[in-house]
Design a protein around this ligand. Structure first.
Ligand code: 5GP
Length: 207
């Protein structure tokens, strides 16, 4: 069996339901590790430092960039977001499938570094539904919702670089689909090369 875990990048329009989906993935299955990003954005009500994000100052974020502590980082709306490197690398070594919930610039940069990563783009079934979810969430100001809808329109531009689009209509159905996509990725040749090479060695030594 393949020993190293798979790096799974999940992106999607703000309000697509990614956060809920990731939470369900962690609660329902064992082999996933969710990376916690660093951000310069202020915590929303109920968000906990070290659980939802590492909330840092711009100076601290810059220090992390300078020390090469981030696997990738990007600016989103008015703030910076980045993936701490050490957690991702050590979880992959342990054989965990590591989930990064990040926006598109970061996703593409990860794909450049880890060509065997799996890129999944989550979207609500329609633009109207996306706006409705953003408003219902009640965490964003009207101005911020406008910015996020604008950004969403731009994000659709790079979507052809993803492996799969997941239309999140029903959460339970999406959860099963997502889990299956990740499990299927383990069977791809790029993740089974060690297995095949061991097998070849054994075949040569068989009487
Ligand atoms: P939010 O402010 O809604 O928590 O996140 C805004 C956007 O930043 C979302 O699209 C989210 O996926 C993305 N994001 C969160 N963490 C990271 C990260 O570490 N790197 C990048 N590139 N994007 C991130």
């Amino acid at each position: 069996m393949n020993k190293k875990g798979i790096l799974v990048v999940v992106s999607g329009f703000s309000g697509a339901g990614k956060g809920t989906l990731m939470k369900m993935l962690m609660e329902n299955y064992d082999n996933y590790s969710l990376s916690i990003s660093a951000t310069t954005r202020a915590p929303r009500e109920g968000e906990v430092n070290g659980k939802d994000y590492f909330f840092v100052t711009k100076e601290e974020f810059q220090r992390m960039i300078n020390n090469d502590e981030l696997l990738e980082y990007a600016q989103y709306v008015d703030n910076y977001y980045g993936t701490p490197r050490s957690y991702v690398e050590s979880e992959l070594e342990k054989g965990k499938d590591v989930i990064l919930e990040i926006e598109i610039q970061g996703a593409l940069s990860i794909h450049g570094r880890y060509p065997d990563s799996l890129l999944i783009f989550v979207t609500p079934p329609s633009a109207k539904e996306l706006k409705r979810r953003l408003i219902n969430r009640g965490t964003e100001t009207e101005e911020n919702i406008k910015k996020r809808l604008n950004r969403a329109a731009q994000e659709a531009v790079g979507v052809e670089n993803y492996d799969y689009i997941l239309i999140n209509d029903d959460l339970n159905e999406s959860l099963e689909r997502l889990h299956k996509l990740i499990q299927d990725q383990h069977m791809r040749v790029c993740h089974q090369l060690d297995f095949i090479s061991d097998m070849s060695k054994q075949l040569r030594t068989l009487e």
